[in-house]
Design a binder for this molecule. Sequence first.
Ligand SMILES: [Zn+2]
Length: 86
Amino acid sequence: MSKLFLSCDEASHVCDKFQYNESTFLERLKFKMHIIFCSLCKKHMVSNMKLTESIKKSDIKCLDAKSKSEMKKCFEEELKKQNTTE
Ligand SMILES: [Zn+2]
């Protein structure tokens, strides 16, 4: 039942589970072994990882309150300048 080598179908399934942290240690191990000799699945994993990373980054941007308040300050100062010159 638990074979050591995954098929490409199984490997891509495990790769998808990575995204949701649903993969087991054994699955990750098998997947790593698979991508050693399968460049196609390796490619799939890299593009998957990039996607997750960009999602994480955009989340951080949204939650960054400091830069938000700095932006607001800048905006208000610009607004003040405009009011005084007029
Ligand atoms: Zn494969």
